[in-house]
Ligand binder design. Structure first.
Ligand code: HEC
Ligand code: HEC
Ligand code: HEC
Ligand code: HEC
Ligand code: HEC
Ligand code: HEC
Ligand code: HEC
Length: 364
């Protein structure tokens, strides 16, 4: 009897110890005892065999297996008796993956499941497969990335990502094989920065007259609130798959001044256009965004002054685009200073206009 008790105690302790060692997601699975979508016969009538032939899983070309169900002529799969049967309601991703701006899942033979993150060798082939972002053994509707690995804000590898952005940091964070124009997203979203969009942490600014009513200074947003398909269609999967918009964005956003009809719809999804163009925070928003007819100037993009992710130097996401903004020729300075609510000054040259400095707000 006593022996049994000790054994029982040891086993319970082991179970409890393991419970504490579990990640948040593993606990969620355990607690909610949710059966992952792909293990439910109503969604996947052929079970393991749908994806695993007798030889096992064939890596690198898995999107074909996923397209069995998640495609245009979706919901029809061949069962073991070679009969066509319908699976229920798998949302299609195929259309988005044939758009001009997309994750290149069609690239073949580059997926390496033994890859170590963060990627050190700049020659490591770049890839983005379904299973880099999803693990079909674990995913559930509320957490499509459940089971995928990631990189935390501390730069360390995690076998189970707990937040969507951690999955993205694997390839858009400290990875040394990024294309040269891409910045390290982990550095841009670092909560130690003077300003950032609130993806990793809630933001630092309490005075945001432009924010839509459903948001406030305590809100958090996700990468996929800005990046994803240009279409809203209930039969298609949402997700950072592909888009007709540059930079795989949900809504159009113009960076280049040469564009005839610039669009900033993406920003106006969360920041009221009337507030921005009504100069509620920055007194000269409207004239910079819409231009000045008298001077025959068309205006410039938000991105000439603001970084869309975070600024390692300044408040209000200020991070001047070097394509259009140079040093002030009088003082040789390129600088932004904030000195109170809706008040500050800039040293710079833009369109041959020197700001040496120019001020706005009460500091005038
Ligand atoms: C919807 C497709 C799909 C279904 C259904 C599926 N698997 Fe998998 N399986 C995968 C993919 C994709 C991988 C590779 C995942 C990775 O390593 O990132 C995998 C990997 C594996 C591995 C290798 C170890 C691992 O976890 O990476 C085993 C073993 C396995 N599956 C067994 C099973 C069994 C048993 C079932 C049924 C209960 C099953 N699978 C159902 C897609 C599927
Ligand atoms: C047998 C059909 C089938 C196959 C094969 C299949 N899926 Fe699914 N999957 C579904 C259905 C049905 C749903 C639920 C509806 C939806 O969200 O599309 C689903 C949902 C999902 C979701 C949303 C989160 C969730 O779990 O509910 C993700 C992500 C996903 N699948 C990824 C994949 C990937 C990656 C593959 C290939 C490795 C794959 N699926 C293969 C049928 C399938
Ligand atoms: C396994 C690697 C991988 C993961 C994980 C990944 N990406 Fe990507 N991503 C790529 C590759 C490869 C491209 C194509 C261009 C390149 O090489 O960066 C790309 C392109 C993009 C682009 C378009 C960039 C441009 O210059 O137009 C965006 C935006 C993007 N990814 C966002 C995300 C987000 C958001 C996540 C997380 C949900 C994510 N990515 C996760 C590999 C990845
Ligand atoms: C508030 C909207 C917003 C959020 C949130 C956001 N992005 Fe972006 N992202 C943009 C815009 C706008 C661009 C293109 C214009 C630019 O470069 O400023 C962009 C460009 C990119 C690019 C290509 C250019 C570059 O700078 O590397 C990548 C990769 C990217 N984003 C990844 C991510 C990842 C990963 C996350 C989440 C960790 C994320 N984004 C969150 C708006 C956003
Ligand atoms: C010429 C530079 C410049 C351009 C172009 C610009 N901004 Fe700003 N913006 C600023 C400055 C400076 C501030 C800081 C005002 C303060 O001191 O609080 C600011 C503040 C903001 C704020 C925070 C306060 C608020 O209004 O809620 C938002 C949001 C914003 N800008 C969005 C935009 C958007 C969207 C665009 C493009 C449609 C844009 N800005 C174009 C310079 C610019
Ligand atoms: C770069 C990362 C990335 C890749 C690669 C990727 N996805 Fe996704 N996917 C996401 C994200 C992020 C979401 C969740 C978006 C959200 O929460 O709105 C998602 C959501 C989904 C969903 C659920 C959509 C819904 O509306 O419920 C399905 C199904 C899905 N993906 C299937 C796939 C398939 C199949 C592939 C490969 C052909 C794939 N994904 C490749 C990032 C990715
Ligand atoms: C999905 C919603 C969303 C979108 C889209 C979005 N923002 Fe924001 N933005 C926020 C939230 C929430 C905050 C508040 C952060 C805080 O409290 O500091 C914010 C804050 C800001 C700030 C002030 C940051 C600070 O620390 O002072 C600026 C500037 C800004 N956004 C510009 C933009 C621009 C430019 C775009 C378009 C490229 C854009 N935003 C798109 C949600 C969004």
């Amino acid at each position: 009897m006593r022996k049994f008790n000790i054994l029982f105690l040891i086993i319970s302790m082991l179970i409890i110890k393991n419970l504490f060692a579990l990640t948040r997601e593993e606990k969620i699975i355990l607690v909610s005892s949710r059966v992952p979508t792909h293990y439910q016969t109503k969604y996947n009538p052929n079970g393991c065999k749908t994806c695993h032939a007798s030889t096992g899983y064939v890596g690198g070309d898995e999107e074909k297996q996923c397209y069995l169900c998640h495609s245009k002529n979706n919901r029809i799969i061949i069962n073991q008796k070679k009969l066509k049967i319908r699976t229920t309601e798998a949302k299609s991703v195929e259309e988005d993956f044939s758009k001009p701006y997309r994750h290149p899942v069609e690239k073949q033979g580059v997926l390496n499941l033994l890859e170590k993150y963060p990627i050190i060798d700049p020659k490591t082939p770049r890839h983005a497969e379904c299973i880099d972002c999803h693990h079909p053994h674990y995913s559930i509707p509320e957490m499509p990335f459940l089971g995928a690995s990631g990189i935390g804000i501390d730069g360390k590898y995690k076998q189970f990502a707990e937040e969507e952005y951690e999955v993205c940091f694997k390839c858009h964070g400290p990875a040394n094989n990024k294309p040269p124009y891409q910045k390290d997203k982990l550095k841009e979203f670092d909560p130690k920065n003077p300003s950032f969009h609130p993806v990793v942490e809630v933001g630092k600014n309490n005075y945001l007259p432009s924010l839509e009513k459903n948001l406030n200074y305590e809100s958090k947003i996700k990468c996929s609130d800005c990046h994803g398909s240009d279409e809203r269609n209930p039969n298609r999967a949402s997700g950072v798959h592909g888009s007709e918009n540059d930079f795989l964005l949900l809504l159009p956003y113009t960076k280049k001044e040469e564009v005839m009809i610039p669009k900033y719809d993406l920003c106006y999804k969360c920041h009221r256009k009337e507030s921005i163009l009504g100069n509620q925070s920055f007194k000269y928003h409207r004239e910079h965004i819409e231009g000045v007819k008298a001077r025959n100037w068309k205006g410039t993009s938000c991105s000439t002054c603001h970084n869309s992710h975070g600024s390692i130097k300044y408040k209000f996401l200020i991070d001047f685009n070097p394509d259009y903004v140079q040093r002030d020729s009088v003082t040789n300075k390129l600088e932004f200073t904030s000195d109170g609510v809706f008040s500050g000054s800039c040293y710079l040259k833009c369109h041959n206009v020197d700001h040496s400095p120019k001020r706005y707000g009460s500091s005038k």
